[in-house]
Design a protein around this ligand. Structure first.
Ligand SMILES: *Cc1c(COP(=O)(O)O)cnc(C)c1O
Length: 422
């Protein structure tokens, strides 16, 4: 027997609306785009080279003609120099575009390189960008310092306040930037509403969808112009590489690719090879992480020593309705607040709980096979006082639990014994 979701998937495939599902795309990319590989290799060959050779001057001139004026597409696509492209990297870009249902994709050496490259390429002096608070801290920092220094105006609006977002639009606004879900409170942007505002004012929209992955949410299908990922997280999925990605319509990605050749931040082919290997199991990993995170969120919500749980799959989350409408899973990160203990600072109780956990490592990052746990007050905001942290919305008793692929029952048992110790 197939379940209802699978039956619906079969119907859309038969109707030709969607060629295949997330796991098929993760393994193969677009089936119709499958190309023969060198030496009949099944796996994308790792082309670890900095430059590419020309057989003779006529070969060089044929390449230049094709590059400058169009012509033989195979000739125009061949390698010239590593900063302008690499076949291993390009194969992974095609696979990512298929996963996000985008026209094309572009890889970067880190998620932040994707963010900075995109913003530097799309904005110029005198233009204006709007971003939501609760965005990745370094992204906000880049907007407020680097972009302002270059004469680009920036406005930060509260996440979830669409009136404030629309009111912030000026004649020179070029871009609205948000994350969905956000870190650490897993706030979810209403993509339909965001796109409607953007289109009405002819402003491009950009979503950092690192926490969702294309398995759970595909913003381009809602009309968002550009999706960004820190591929260091779920896409790579093994806590062993750093990478970033931008996915969107082919013309926009082409323009970004031209900028990348100048700005210089390209992904190393070996990291791309490992990223492709990770991508093949993306859907399997994310489904397991969704399932464990939902069980963890429900367990914690019912626990007397836990004050509050932030997970978009719980009806108590402020964005539960939006999340159930536009996501097929709610991701592998659960944030929660430890309840007060008499005679002890919240910061210390929370640290004791974290130290009592045995499965997750204490580390920043998320999305890999290993569970990671952290206290944002100490991991990301150590230099601030309790009051200053509260002003940016980070409580001392907050825990961010990034769930890996360990067994759900083991993780629940670990939480149970750690909570019993505080
Ligand atoms: C980690 C992260 C980034 C930055 O990515 P790096 O690969 O670490 O440079 C950007 N956005 C979000 C949401 C992230 O989690």
């Amino acid at each position: 027997m197939i379940n209802l979701a699978e039956q619906q998937q079969v119907e859309t495939i038969v109707a030709g609306e969607r060629p295949d599902g997330a796991s098929t795309r993760a393994v193969h990319g677009r089936l119709e785009g499958r190309r023969p590989q060198a030496n009949h290799s099944l796996v994308t060959p790792l082309v670890q080279t900095a430059t590419y050779t020309f057989h003779d001057t006529a070969d060089l001139c044929a390449f230049m003609e094709a590059k400058m004026w169009g012509g033989d597409p195979a000739m125009a696509e061949r390698g010239e120099y590593g900063r302008y492209g690499n076949p291993t990297v390009q194969a992974v870009e095609r696979r990512l575009a298929a996963l996000e249902n985008g026209g094309d994709a572009l890889l970067f050496p880190t998620g932040m390189a994707a963010v900075t490259n995109v913003l530097l390429s799309m904005l110029s002096a005198g233009s204006h960008v709007i971003f939501t608070d609760d965005c990745y801290r370094r992204t906000r920092y880049f907007c407020n310092t680097f972009l302002r220094r270059l004469g680009i105006e920036t406005t930060q609006v509260p996440m979830g306040d669409y009136e404030a977002l629309e009111a912030a639009i000026r004649p020179n606004t070029r871009l609205i930037l948000s994350e969905s879900p956000t870190n650490p409170y897993l706030r979810v942007v209403d993509l339909e509403r965001l796109v409607a505002i953007g289109r009405h004012h002819r402003v491009k929209t950009l979503i950092d969808a690192t926490f969702a992955t294309p398995v759970n949410q595909r913003p381009l299908e809602f009309g968002v112009d550009l999706v960004i990922h820190s591929a260091t997280k779920y896409l790579g999925g093994h806590n062993d590489i750093m990478a970033g990605a931008a996915v969107g319509e082919a013309g926009l990605i082409h323009a970004l690719r031209q900028s990348q050749g100048v700005l210089g931040g390209v992904l190393d082919p070996h990291a791309a090879y490992l990223l492709e290997r990770g991508l093949k199991t993306l859907a399997l990993r994310v489904r397991q992480q969704n399932q464990t995170a939902q069980a963890v969120a429900e367990y914690l919500a019912a626990h007397p020593k836990v004050e509050r749980v932030w997970y978009p799959g719980l009806p108590s989350h402020p964005d539960y309705a939006v999340a159930t409408r536009q996501m097929s899973g709610f991701g592998g990160v659960v944030s929660f607040e430890i309840g007060p203990r008499p005679g002890e600072e919240a910061l210390d109780t929370t640290s004791r709980f974290i130290d009592a956990m045995t499965i997750p490592y204490i580390a920043p990052s998320l999305g890999g096979v290993e569970s990671l746990i952290e206290q944002p007050a100490l991991m990301s905001y150590y230099e601030l006082s309790t009051e200053e942290r509260l002003a940016v919305g980070i409580k001392d008793n907050l825990v961010r639990f990034a769930i890996g692929v360990e067994d759900t029952a083991d993780i629940l048992a670990d939480l149970d014994q750690a909570l019993a110790q505080i």
